[in-house]
Every structure is written in C-alpha cells, then in structure tokens.
Design a protein around this ligand. Structure first.
Ligand code: SF4
Length: 65
C-alpha cells in the first residue's frame, strides 16, 4: 500500500519550519497561515523526515492511502 504525506491542519501552528527545511515537499498557505503538502508521495526528498521530526506539534505524518 502506498503512503501519502499529510499535515493535520487543525494542529499546525504555522511556524513554517517544515517549509524552511523542505520546500520541495511543503509550502506555506499565507491565507490560512498553515503549511500544506505539495508533494504527497514524498518524491525523493530526503528532507521530509527531518521536517517531520522538527515540527513542534508533530502534525506531519505518513498515512496509508
Ligand atoms: S512544522 Fe508543523 S506546525 Fe510548523 S508549519 Fe510545518 S506542519 Fe505546521
């Protein structure tokens, strides 16, 4: 089963850490003041795991599709 990268927007506090660490996979939605995933399958971005570990509220995760 494939895994997809998701951000729980309810929990995201808009710190932008994930975007700074891994702009290939995340972008910042200025209107919502929340981060969003722009590369759901993760591609080959090595920085994703670092972004997941750095998120202060641990709201970035892999989910089974
Ligand atoms: S690191 Fe976490 S809390 Fe910060 S913007 Fe990204 S998803 Fe939101």
């Amino acid at each position: 089963m494939a895994k997809i990268l998701v951000i729980d927007k309810e929990e995201c506090v808009g710190c932008e850490s994930c975007v700074q660490i891994c702009e290939e996979a995340f972008s910042f939605n200025e209107e919502e003041q929340k981060a969003e995933v722009i590369l759901p399958d993760g591609g080959t971005a090595d920085c994703i795991e670092e972004a997941i570990e750095t998120c202060p509220v641990e709201c970035i995760r892999w989910e089974e599709e």
